[in-house]
Design a protein around this ligand. Structure first.
Ligand code: UFG
Length: 320
């Protein structure tokens, strides 16, 4: 299959690109490099530096079979301060992409949606039919695209899958020695920050909230290995059905608290993680755990790598 990957120079996009190539697909990456890194794109992929609103030529020049759409802004707190960036980039940008796809007869898309579309949910685990009440413009922008995809599928016959990620972590280490992982200029995620603190490269890690109604008082999240996530994307490419929009959660079905993650970081690295208790981070729900039965039913997908593998692969990536 010839696949166009938007945002293929970012964390998840670069891992999925490498996995697609390893499975024999032909990959064209587009990325505006606003947050991605050109050297994160596997050399076997064709690379175009462009934004998602500038894809008409690329779609016209190459007979693309499907689009994997990762390009987006993805910082929850930035989205609260600068919602216009999120509505323009994530929503207007995606509509422009969908219209360019229509114009060029490309009728298959897998979209990076998010658990942030659900917001603060009380019933765990979260099924795909749970109410969607996003608590940030980031989550709202992902939900808006999910709604647009449903309309485009129904009216224009698009085959669309929205994959709603829970907490993605880990890195891809290929047998040829190349690695793909997380290197955000602005890092907000727990595992990379805990690894930096363990390595002594940063201030102590702040634990955001120790008074949540959870067993140890810290937030519980559902972590999923980026290589498992990539596998789900490859499966979704073929599972997408013309005229249908399918929403699929990607998580492990198990939750780990912040303190449990820090324990895994200590166990894997053999280092202590300096921490300090801090106040709650605005907008953080106490608990987010995915129901992943639909991923099994539709994609025959199940997670194969646990928290220790995520931490050790991320640690190996950081040390390179
Ligand atoms: N945390 C800390 N200290 C830190 C960083 C994080 O205690 O320095 C805690 C957070 O409060 C949270 C947990 O670690 O309880 C995980 O935080 P992350 O920032 O790693 O991930 P989030 O759960 O906030 O975010 C993830 C995705 C987002 C998505 C969101 C949906 O990364 O893209 O889930 O809720 F929007």
């Amino acid at each position: 299959m010839r696949v166009l990957v938007t945002g293929g120079a970012g964390y998840i996009g670069s891992v999925v690109t490498a996995e697609l190539l390893a499975r024999g697909h032909d990959v064209i990456v587009v990325d505006d490099l606003s947050t991605g890194h050109a050297d994160a794109v596997a050399p076997e992929a064709r690379f175009h530096r462009a934004g998602v609103t500038q894809l008409s030529d690329v779609l016209g020049d190459w007979s693309v079979d499907a689009v994997l759409h990762f390009a987006a802004k993805s910082l929850v707190s930035e989205s609260v301060q600068h919602p216009a960036r999120y509505w323009h980039n994530n929503v207007t940008g995606t509509i422009a992409l969908l219209d360019a796809m229509r114009a060029h007869g490309v009728d298959r898309i897998v979209f990076s949606s998010s658990a942030a579309t659900y917001g603060d949910v009380s019933d765990m685990p979260i099924y795909e039919d749970a109410p969607t009440r996003p608590t940030s413009p980031y989550g709202a922008s992902k939900l808006a695209v999910d709604l647009a995809l449903a309309d485009y599928a129904r009216a224009y016959g698009l085959a669309a899958v929205s994959l709603r990620y829970f907490n993605v972590a880990g890195a891809l280490h290929q047998p040829d020695g190349r690695s793909y992982g997380e290197r955000h200029a602005t890092e907000t995620h727990l595992i990379p920050l805990a690894l930096r603190a363990a390595a002594g490269d940063s201030e102590p890690l702040s634990i955001f909230g120790t008074d949540y109604p959870t067993p140890d008082g810290t937030c519980v999240r559902d972590y999923i290995h980026v290589v498992d996530l990539a596998d789900a994307h490859v499966r979704a490419l073929t599972a997408a059905i013309a005229g249908e929009h399918q929403i699929v959660n990607l998580g492990s079905g198990s939750g780990y608290s912040v303190r449990q993650v820090l324990q895994a970081v200590r166990a894997v690295t053999g280092l202590s993680v300096p921490v300090r208790d801090a106040s709650r981070r605005p907008g953080d729900p106490a608990r987010l755990v995915a129901a992943n039965t639909r991923a099994l039913a539709l994609l025959d997908w199940r997670p194969t790598r646990g928290l220790d593998a995520m931490v050790s692969d991320a640690w190996a990536f950081t040390r390179r």
